[in-house]
Design a protein around this ligand. Structure first.
Ligand code: F6P
Length: 550
């Protein structure tokens, strides 16, 4: 018998009714009614302080959301993930990114075998390699030391390392620069390689499958670039390393498997930065800092695994997302880092969240009858304030938002940081409180404005408020706090996937486009459109082929 869809449970229906009673309440009144609200709706874990009091919730909401989590056996599923059960049911795989950063001595078994020795073995090889490159012991083909590393990968083999390298820029020195090429648009590779010296450049070809069209095309062109300059195919061994689960394909590409760092099929691409896919991170900031990143994630893992749901930061954030998506009608979720170095976090989380929970059927294949993964988007403050915050404040959609900032900046320049964070706090307060018509009117009249004009303008200067935000504050963005922050979001995604009953660890939705692209590529190359396309695609293809001939 198929399990009941979550929206048919009494816990879901109780939340629906609860929303009807709460939707007309004002957050500012909830704060007035409970002076301890900010304190009771805050918690600190692994160096991250979360204040979730500026949400349209009461203690009853939390009780009911936890009831829902219990009804779907969230705790049981967390246990199953940590125990290495094959919870990715469509691919019959365990989901063990948590093992990659398991800094405890706890063994983790897959099919009866402890995976920790293999993980620690790859980490040890990474440490040696990173030490050699950073010290200058690893030399290029002509004997020069490596000055530039180019990571070639896409999706999970790009976004995580790229995001972390930017976030940890203050921990890097200038002697080794790390670059990322992902797009098959030749411009990406050409512009990255412009100015680089082949004799001092090391390529990392990062691909779980080692079959991804974009990555293999870029890797081939990078190899041509190198060989054109160095003129000797044996140079590949000193300038190319691979990170993959597919040793056969790595060897077929011409990379010595001695220069390959492996990982395992139970590491999802979008959860892989903790594996050898993190090699560019370790090269950029040193292996010890990479280990601190793993430790921060491990601290969050232990919290997620053991904490009561009512005090469990990732579970709470996940449940709040469910509250807005399924009961308040939110369709998107904004991630707003007040930290320039976290500028790639929204893009990273787009893959993490949308590829995980952008699903329309349950694990058992039944169509869901409710909203699943939201559109995740965002930009760092304060740039976002001058672009899209207008819509968050006064638009017609409800957009829950996460504000993420640090007490101390790595670049304390004059009063930049106080100004920056004043904006963070001001925005969350404004979104919560809003400004009533009467408040807007009084403000303008007291400033001397003509009353008729003030009455007109007050409509435009009213802010509805009641716009939910979470505030995440850390002392400083370190490898440790960053690791915890990323793991927090991973487990938030997990929580929501469990509530919605979907498999968060496959990505069948990327397949169809890839298949069609292969058919179309053959047509473009042959110049003949022969496949059975729709009329629009046929006309566009013919136009494209015709114009390329001119
Ligand atoms: O197309 C989506 C995807 O499969 C992602 O899940 C993955 O992160 C990306 O492609 C890259 O895959 P690979 O690491 O195998 O090249």
């Amino acid at each position: 018998m198929s399990p009941v869809l979550v929206n048919q449970t009494p816990q879901w229906q109780a939340l629906q009714q609860h929303w009807e009673t709460l939707r007309a309440r004002r957050m500012r009144d909830l704060f007035d009614a409970d002076p301890k609200r900010a304190a009771t709706m805050s918690l600190t874990v692994a160096g991250l302080h979360l204040d979730y009091s500026k949400n349209l919730i009461t203690q009853e909401t939390l009780d009911r959301l936890v009831d829902l989590a219990e009804a779907v056996d969230l705790k049981g599923w967390i246990g199953r993930m940590f125990e290495g059960e094959p919870i990715n049911n469509t691919e019959d795989r365990a989901v063990l990114h948590i093992a990659l950063r398991n800094r405890s001595k706890r063994p983790i078994q897959v099919d009866g075998e402890d995976v920790m020795p293999a993980i620690n073995g790859v980490l040890a090889r990474m440490e040696t390699f990173v030490g050699r490159v950073r010290s200058g012991d690893w030399r290029g083909h002509t004997g020069s030391r490596i000055t530039d590393v180019v990571n070639i990968g896409i999706g999970g083999s790009n976004l995580g390392p790229k995001m972390v390298c930017a976030a940890l820029a203050p921990y890097q020195n200038d002697s080794l620069r790390v670059h990322f090429v992902s797009n098959v648009d030749g411009t990406h590779l050409v512009e990255t390689l412009r100015g680089l010296n082949p004799a001092t450049t090391l390529f990392i070809v990062a691909s779980k499958t080692f079959t991804t069209q974009e990555t293999m095309t870029n890797a081939g062109s990078a190899r041509d670039w190198l060989l054109t300059a160095l003129g000797d195919s044996s140079a590949v061994a000193r300038h190319f390393v691979a990170v993959s689960t597919n040793a056969e394909k790595v060897a077929a590409f011409g990379i010595d498997t001695a220069n390959m760092f492996g990982f395992w099929d139970w590491v999802g691409g979008r959860y892989s930065l903790w594996s050898a896919i993190g090699l560019p991170i370790a090269l950029a900031v040193g292996f010890d800092r990479f280990a601190e990143l793993l430790e921060g994630a491990h601290a969050m893992d232990e919290h997620f695994r053991t904490a009561d749901l009512r005090e469990n930061m990732p579970a709470l954030l996940g449940l709040l997302g469910v509250w807005y998506a399924n009961f308040a009608g939110a369709r998107t979720h904004a991630v707003l880092p007040y930290d320039q170095s976290l500028r790639y976090l929204p893009a990273y989380l787009q893959q993490g969240d949308m590829e995980s929970n952008g699903k329309g059927v349950t694990r058992e294949g039944a169509a869901v009858e409710y909203t699943t993964g939201p559109v995740v988007w965002g930009e760092p403050g304060t740039d976002g304030q001058h672009a899209f915050y207008q819509l968050i404040h006064q638009g017609t959609q409800l957009i829950p938002a996460d504000f993420i900032g640090a007490v101390h900046s790595h670049n304390e320049l004059g009063d930049h940081h106080p100004k920056f964070m004043a904006n963070f706090f001001a925005q969350t307060e404004a979104l919560m409180r809003g400004r009533t018509y009467d408040e807007a009117l009084t403000e303008m009249v007291s400033a001397g404005m003509d009353e008729e004009q003030a009455r007109f303008l007050a409509h435009h200067r009213t802010f509805p408020g009641n716009r939910p935000t979470n505030s995440l504050l850390m002392d400083r963005l370190t490898p440790h706090t960053l690791g915890a922050l990323i793991a927090l979001y991973e487990h938030r995604i997990f929580t929501q996937g469990i509530v919605w009953g979907v498999n968060s660890f496959d990505q069948w939705g990327v397949e169809l486009g890839k298949q069609l692209a292969n058919v179309i590529l053959a047509e473009i190359q042959s110049g003949a459109v022969t496949a059975d396309h729709d009329p629009s695609t046929t006309a566009l293809l013919k136009r494209f082929i015709r114009q390329r001939k001119v």
